[in-house]
Design a protein around this ligand. Structure first.
Ligand code: G5P
Ligand code: MG
Length: 237
């Protein structure tokens, strides 16, 4: 693993199933950039039976988005509990912000001063028919957010997480009907964020297309290095 020379504050935008979680774990492995997934945080709240978890469970099952104020509070508390609000910290956001209101709240009430704003906004573009095929085969490990696919990256042992050996589960919102609703929500509420960022910070935007995460990752990796530089870890001989 090598390190970036300058802090990268990355947002991954992309429809459900486009591989945001997959690219997040690859970027962590490659550059050591830690990430927060809004969906993983909500699934952990559901598992822990918290009040937010109860609200989230009902809304997620319908394939709708949670209210902006609840979601922003969840992310703000996570960022501050991890001490990631310092301008020198690199981090990656998967799944938040995903409405213009969330993006404004993030910029104006969480990430000030200006030096800590998001500086790399990645739009993943994957054809819908490819995505629909992936979702039928997805399994997740809720406590860690690790994600598997029965054909693309199956667990080493059937139905068990590779690291902890704990059971994997299917996401209730991966049902085909609900999934279609999630795709609609993305088109209606989240895709307009690309234009939003184009207006406020065009140079931070990067769109990358591909039918597989293996095609997308090398392009993302190259762009990260171009923008943020790279310090190759010293090898000990
Ligand atoms: P989430 O959890 O943020 P989505 O809908 O944005 O959910 P999702 O479904 O988690 O996104 P992803 O992370 O983009 O998809 O994709 P992934 O999990 O990495 O990959 C999908 C599958 O494909 C996996 O099985 C993976 O192994 C496989 N795969 C990856 N690459 C390839 C490949 O190249 N080939 C093949 N064959 N397979 C591959 O949000 C869930 C809900 O939480 C609420 C909403 O209700 C939302 O619907 N929520 C929010 N509400 C309001 N505001 C927010 N900011 C919210 N954030 C979450
Ligand atoms: Mg995900």
């Amino acid at each position: 693993m090598s390190k970036l020379l300058r802090p990268a504050r990355v947002l991954l935008l992309g429809p459900p199933g486009s591989g945001k979680g997959t690219q997040t774990s690859r970027l962590l492995k490659r550059f050591g950039i830690p990430g927060i997934s809004s969906g993983d945080l909500l699934r952990q709240q559901i598992e822990n039976k918290t009040e937010i978890g109860r609200t989230a469970s009902a809304i997620i099952k319908e394939g709708k988005l949670l209210p902006d104020d609840i979601m922003t509070a969840v992310i703000a508390s996570e960022l501050s509990s991890r001490s990631w609000l310092s301008p020198t910290q690199s981090f990656l956001l998967d799944g938040f912000p995903r409405t213009e209101a969330q993006a404004s709240l993030l910029d104006n009430s969480i990430l000030s001063p200006a030096s800590a704003q998001l500086n790399f906004i990645v739009e993943l573009k994957v054809p819908h028919e490819v995505i629909l095929d992936r979702i039928a085969n997805r399994l997740v490990h809720v406590p860690s957010g690790r994600v598997y696919n029965l054909t693309y990256n199956p667990p080493k042992v059937d139905g068990k997480d590779d690291v902890t050996g704990e059971p994997l589960s299917r996401r209730p919102d991966d049902d085909p009907e609900i999934f279609r609703q999630r795709l609609d929500e993305y088109a209606k509420l989240t895709e307009p964020l690309v234009d939003f960022y184009k207006k406020i910070n065009d140079s931070a935007l990067f769109s990358v297309a591909g039918e597989t995460s293996d095609i997308i990752f090398p392009q993302l990796e190259k762009e990260m290095i171009r923008r943020f530089g790279e310090r190759i870890a010293e090898t000990i001989v």
